[in-house]
Design a protein. Structure first.
Length: 278
């Protein structure tokens, strides 16, 4: 009798502990679900006047899409016959990412191209809030406002946007360059939150590995060897999934934010040559 009663008490106690633990776990999952956009996007707002002054340093001018909405900074001549469209990472506005344009401006193969530093909604002085469907919609609208072939470049989060654009506009996109890429957001989320069911709660998915199955053009990848944000093995998974002509460069000793963007670096020279040569 005493033993049976003690067993019931113990069972009830552990049941309550387990129930409390499960409730806490579900609350954490719910919290991550509700704030996931805050964990993915880090928009910074700046006055338009201040950004125009900053853009003057690299001869950038505001670019407006076919609907008259500001969507980034254009560098180059209006007579150009090709444009490099750059989708930056998840923090800071496009005006600060003009260093991504330098390798293309300095290379004879792309020096005559226009360069569009695309801006995400909610970043810089662009109105709106960032989310996967909104960013993709605006990116496609920007591309449809460019009347000639493009090369799309993505950095970190921007690699997911570049994959969407290449998949949706394969005839216009003549090449894709992905810098510190992921195969999909779920894999990256699993790496950072291994105890959470990220595949169930994630709404921002950016499935680059699936999207690029619809693209037959050239794809170049720059993978940082010591990346702690998007580990190299995740970039390798994306590379392995690509069926079209592809090349990759593993940047030695580089972390997520330390890949050199100096035009003379071999990975810039070779990747631009790969994407532009027939």
């Amino acid at each position: 009798m005493i033993t049976t009663h003690f067993s019931k008490l113990l069972s009830n106690r552990w049941g309550r502990i387990a129930g409390s633990g499960l409730l806490g776990y579900l609350l954490i999952c719910g919290l991550i679900y509700s704030i996931q956009k805050e964990l993915i996007y880090y928009p910074e707002s700046f006055l338009r006047e201040d950004q125009i002054k900053a853009a003057q340093q690299f001869h950038g001018r505001e670019f407006f899409d076919a609907q008259g909405e500001y969507c980034g900074w254009m560098i180059g001549s209006e007579q150009a016959q090709k444009t490099v469209v750059i989708f930056h990472g998840n923090a800071a506005p496009a005006v600060i990412r003009h260093y991504l344009a330098h390798p293309f401006q300095s290379n004879p193969l792309t020096a005559s191209c226009n360069i569009l530093l695309f801006e995400y909604p909610g970043f810089g002085h662009r109105e709106g809030s960032p989310s996967e469907p909104v960013i993709v919609q605006k990116a496609l609208l920007a591309l449809d406002s460019i009347p000639h072939p493009v090369i799309v470049v993505g950095e970190s989060l921007g690699t997911g946007v570049a994959a969407y654009v290449a998949s949706a506009r394969p005839q216009q996109v003549k090449g894709v360059l992905l810098i510190t890429p992921f195969n999909n957001m779920a894999t990256t989320a699993d790496y950072h939150y291994p105890l959470l069911p990220t595949s169930l709660i994630l709404t921002e998915r950016y499935p680059s590995d699936q999207l690029l199955q619809n693209y037959s053009g050239k794809v170049a990848l720059m993978i940082a060897e010591k990346d702690q944000v998007i580990p190299a093995w995740i970039g390798e998974k994306l590379y392995d999934s690509i069926r079209s002509p592809k090349r990759k460069w593993i940047i030695p000793d580089a972390d997520h934010n330390t890949i050199s963007h100096k035009p003379h670096e071999v990975w810039w020279k070779e990747s631009i040559e790969f994407l532009t040569q027939s």
